[in-house]
Design a protein around this ligand. Structure first.
Ligand SMILES: [Zn+2]
Length: 191
């Protein structure tokens, strides 16, 4: 496992974050031909909800979640979803899908009138809940990762970094009130 070393160099090569733990997900496909990547979507997830560091998110995105382990898992076990990145409470980053490919994180969604945000976005899941403060390590890792993504995909401007709740209002609430957008945007700008 890669530790959350603050001196870790974040870099993107061939659609992969060089410092991330690679955990390939089958829940991905090609983006539409010629499609630019121009949106970054922030989410949260924890499995079971409110429990952290269980390894269940990694198994869920890999279609290896044992539904018998928790009643909630039975409601999601058949879903085929993924995200490009998952940032745990300690700041460790796992990558499930190369950025060039289409991860399945947004579902029914729309940004500025363009539907199906999975086609043109990168999805980052923060381990957490809508109403539990995210950790310093998560803000730090997210800012560093987002900075590299903005360099690699310059059509993702700071204004095109949104929450899942922004592109699926009424259906999704993540990353929730607990996510401090001002703090994140300041960290991003100060890098
Ligand atoms: Zn979400």
């Amino acid at each position: 496992m890669i530790s959350n070393d603050p001196n870790l160099e974040y870099d993107i090569k061939d659609g992969r974050l060089t410092t991330a733990i690679q955990c390939p997900s089958p829940n991905a496909n090609e983006r539409p031909q010629g499609q630019a990547v121009n949106l970054l979507v922030i989410h949260n997830i924890s499995l079971p909800p409110g429990e952290f560091g269980t390894g269940c998110v990694q198994r869920f995105f890999s279609n290896h979640l044992d539904a018998s382990l928790h009643p909630y898992f039975q409601t999601i076990a058949d879903l085929k979803v993924s995200a490009h990145l998952f940032i745990e409470r300690d700041g460790n980053v796992t990558q499930f899908v190369p950025f060039e490919r289409r991860a399945w994180h947004a579902g029914v969604s729309s940004f500025h009138g363009v539907e199906n945000c999975n086609n043109y976005s990168i999805g980052i899941e923060l381990e957490g809940c809508d109403d539990i403060a995210y950790t310093d390590a998560q803000y730090d890792a997210l800012a560093k990762v987002a900075q590299q993504i903005l360099i690699a995909y310059p059509e993702i401007t700071p204004e095109r970094i949104v929450g899942h709740s922004d592109i699926a209002p009424g259906r999704k609430t993540d990353p929730g009130d607990a996510f401090d957008w001002a703090r994140f945007r300041q960290l991003l700008a100060n890098k």
